[in-house]
Design a protein around this ligand. Structure first.
Ligand code: NAP
Ligand code: GCO
Length: 263
């Protein structure tokens, strides 16, 4: 049997109706896992269920706001009863607000921290006790380039994703002895609805300046596709990574290694 096989495993991927979460879930299904996902609205869950069905995947979808602790605890209990104990959790749901820091309200800052940092704490906390009882568990937090780097307008996002890197290391430290591995994936710039505004074609038909900037900053000279994250996510969910803990795997086409294309 392959070390990467996920047959018999139950995977919860948050915010996975589309985008990166959906691609990771697709990869897990191909590797044999049962897919459970949530999203914030019924219409998104319905859209997700249809998309999974079109891929030949029988997924279980739940409506749940990951920032609401009671709702998350209820969902975790329901999943355990209706599907089984969660073996793999991917904290994927996330938001970004691109606002210069001096123009950002404290409320806007808190909203980003709430979804991108507090929610992974809440959802992980909800699943860890059953993972301990079962004797194993995999938690994968979707971090970012902004776990390492700053840039204009993304103060809240960078603060949250930097915090998520440290939450990852702390979960690994605190629960490693229970055979729980908690690692992060730091995607580079991936073409999804979240980054669509940065890739918009300009009125003069030119590519967005940020789009050109990313190509020049990425040795691979392209944006990533959600599917580029499938393999790394399978690795971190499978027995192949049983002694990998507290690690952030950057899947960035080389951005963090590169100073950028010389002029
Ligand atoms: P996306 O296309 O915006 O998808 C994120 C999903 O999370 C959406 O379905 C969203 O629902 C859902 N969500 C937001 N708030 C939620 C909440 N409170 N409860 C439940 N679900 C919620 O994002 P993506 O680009 O696939 O990104 C997925 C993850 O990767 C995020 O954590 C993001 O920060 C991270 N990431 C993305 C990139 C990139 O380049 N795209 C790079 C590095 C890291 P709505 O549609 O209603 O908002
Ligand atoms: C931005 C982007 C990024 C990416 C990603 C990079 O505005 O700079 O949205 O933050 O989404 O997280 O890894």
């Amino acid at each position: 049997m392959s070390q990467f096989d996920l047959t018999g495993k139950i995977a919860l991927i948050t915010g996975a109706s589309y985008g990166i979460g959906f691609a990771i879930a697709k990869g897990y299904a191909k590797a044999g896992a049962t897919i459970v996902f949530n999203d914030i609205k019924q219409e998104l869950v319905d859209k997700g269920l249809k998309a999974y069905e079109e891929e030949g995947i029988k997924a279980h979808g739940y409506v749940c706001d990951v920032t609401d602790e009671n709702a998350v605890n209820e969902m975790a209990a329901k999943i355990e009863k209706e599907v089984g104990v969660i073996d793999i959790l991917v904290n994927n749901a996330g938001i970004i607000k691109r606002i210069p820091m001096t123009e950002m309200t404290a409320q806007e800052f808190r909203q980003v921290i709430d979804v991108d940092l507090n929610a992974p704490f809440i959802v992980s906390k909800a699943v860890i006790p059953s993972m301990i009882k079962k004797g194993h568990g995999k938690i994968i937090n979707i971090c970012s380039m902004m776990s390492e780097l700053g840039r204009e307008t993304v103060s809240a996002y960078a603060a949250a994703k930097g915090g998520l890197k440290m939450l990852t290391r702390n979960i690994a430290s605190e629960y490693g002895e229970y055979n729980i591995q908690c690692n992060g994936i730091g995607p580079g710039y991936i073409a999804t609805p979240q980054t669509a505004p940065l890739r918009e074609i300009q009125p003069d038909g030119e590519r967005h300046p940020f789009d050109k900037f990313i190509i020049a900053k990425t040795p691979a000279a392209r944006w990533g596709n959600p599917e580029d994250l499938e393999g790394p996510a399978i690795f971190l969910a499978s027995d192949a990574s049983n002694f990998v803990n507290g690690h952030i795997l950057y899947v960035d086409g080389g951005i963090l290694a590169y100073i950028g294309k010389q002029p």
